[in-house]
Design a protein around this ligand. Structure first.
Ligand SMILES: Nc1ncnc2c1ncn2[C@@H]1O[C@H](COP(=O)(O)OP(=O)(O)OP(=O)(O)O)[C@@H](O)[C@H]1O
Ligand SMILES: [Mg+2]
Length: 251
């Protein structure tokens, strides 16, 4: 199962993705690959797992040192695959891969094709691949999502974030990314407003997976640099995310 978490900047994508990861780890035996697909690489901070190198770093070195060499017998795709396996962060319950950012413009079709096939092969080793996407719509045109089973678009009480959700839904067929199911997750929505929020989401022609309240535990954990995975199990945000996971079939 491939799940991607997208939405407007600052709505809570990384936080919600981390809470879904917590639910998968604690409630299931599934093997999980978390992919930080945001070039600014925030997931390792929220999860408190240091990541030294990203796929972008690997690609940069590869372009400079390997791509132009004509050394006979050197299988270049094997080189990049080995390097990516080296930067894959393994923890007892899940693995983490940070995509980062690679330098330079232009089409590196060979590198992109190799990367896609490596990531596809890697993804097929896990029961669940959970992707924390870059803010906005750009990831769709770059097709970093490829095909996903469930896309959760995180929104906050602002109309602007719902507008982004609507644009994402509209763009999906245009960029030929296959998304089997798309839901909105309302973040920082007070419980007493969840009914009216659900109506607003319906009016936008979107389907709501559920709402997550503002959670003071999240603030104190992020201020202390503690992992969201360690959040108490009775935290209101975690309970809400678990309900969402059950509703959309992640749990
Ligand atoms: N339900 C919540 N309750 C309290 N704080 C929250 C909640 N959701 C997110 N936050 C806080 O809001 C801030 C933004 O959240 P987060 O980094 O997850 O957003 P994002 O959408 O991933 O941002 P970006 O677009 O920069 O990647 C963080 O400081 C996070 O701790
Ligand atoms: Mg983020």
């Amino acid at each position: 199962m491939i799940i991607s978490v997208s939405g407007k900047g600052g709505t809570g994508k990384t936080t919600i993705a981390a809470l879904i990861l917590k639910a998968l780890i604690e409630e299931t035996d599934k093997t999980v690959l978390m992919v930080d697909a945001d070039p600014s690489t925030n997931a390792p901070i929220v999860l408190n797992i240091p990541v030294e190198k990203t796929v972008g770093d690997v690609v940069n070195v590869f372009r400079k040192k390997v791509l132009d060499t004509t050394e006979l017998g050197l299988d270049k795709s094997r080189v990049i695959e080995t390097w990516i396996m080296e930067i894959l962060k393994e923890t007892p319950r899940f693995d983490l891969l940070a995509m980062g950012r690679s330098e330079g413009e232009g089409c590196y079709c060979y590198v992109n094709a190799v990367l896609t096939s490596i990531l596809d092969r890697l993804s097929s080793n896990y029961d669940v691949v959970l992707m924390d996407m870059e803010a906005g719509l750009e990831h769709l045109s770059r097709r970093t999502d490829r095909d996903v089973d469930i896309m959760l678009v995180v929104t906050d009480p602002s109309k602007m974030s719902l507008e982004t959700a609507r644009r994402i839904k509209e763009l999906i067929p245009e960029v030929h990314v296959e998304v089997r199911k798309l839901y909105v997750v309302g973040n920082r929505i007070p419980d007493e407003d969840s009914e009216s929020y659900a109506k607003t989401v319906r009016d936008y022609g979107l389907e709501l997976a559920g709402t997550v309240p503002l959670d003071p535990n999240i603030l104190s954990y992020s201020m202390k640099g503690l992992s969201i995975l360690e959040l108490p199990d009775d935290s209101p945000s975690y309970l809400a995310v678990k309900r969402i996971c059950e509703k959309v079939g992640i749990l």
